[in-house]
Design a binder for this molecule. Structure first.
Ligand code: HEM
Ligand code: HEM
Length: 126
């Protein structure tokens, strides 16, 4: 079984490198056209994954649930595909917009799963 907190945190810093790398490229090239990709690599990647990882660190019982596994295995691949499609979209492949919309809905669904995990595991102690 994977350690969910560790993997969220490990993936988070990879997205930080990718997001900051793109930010530096944008700043250096003076071409900011990919800024939504930069913003969402950093925010749906680095920031969200780090918060997921820290939450599962603080509440390890939550990480053991089936819903948490669903959260990980839906969010991580869907967000990766979303970022690839978003980059392609801003590189001119506008025809992929329906697929981008569909995968974004899946990312949204994974976020709802996370919300349920948080609510289920933050009840007041008896
Ligand atoms: C060395 C690090 C970074 C560099 C060089 C950088 C560079 C940039 C550049 C050039 C833009 C486009 C600005 C514009 O055209 O208006 C931008 C936008 C943005 N960056 Fe970064 N960035 C860095 C790190 C980060 C990080 C760590 C985050 C989030 C945690 C972040 C979040 C954003 C957001 C949300 C926008 C869009 C802002 C808007 O809506 O105008 N950036 N960044
Ligand atoms: C499935 C999830 C998400 C979708 C589909 C989505 C979609 C969008 C769209 C369509 C825009 C406007 C882009 C533009 O006008 O060029 C946008 C902007 C923005 N979003 Fe998101 N978003 C998502 C999640 C998030 C999250 C979780 C955060 C913060 C933690 C965030 C922060 C921002 C910011 C700061 C901007 C303004 C910068 C930009 O335009 O790229 N988004 N988002």
């Amino acid at each position: 079984m994977i350690n969910m907190s560790n993997w969220f945190l490990r993936l988070a810093v990879l997205y930080l490198i990718a997001g900051v790398g793109l930010g530096l490229y944008m700043a250096a090239s003076n071409d900011h056209s990919m800024f939504p990709v930069h913003a969402h690599l950093n925010l749906l990647g680095w920031v969200s994954l780090a918060l997921f990882g820290l939450f599962y660190r603080v509440v390890p019982a939550a990480a053991a649930t089936t819903l948490a596994k669903l959260h990980f295995w839906v969010y991580v691949p869907a967000h990766f595909v979303q970022m690839v499609l978003l980059a392609m979209f801003f590189r001119g492949a506008t025809a992929i917009e329906p697929a981008l919309g569909a995968v974004s809905m899946i990312v949204g669904a994974a976020i709802v799963v996370f919300a349920v995990v948080v609510w289920n595991n933050t009840r007041a102690s008896p």
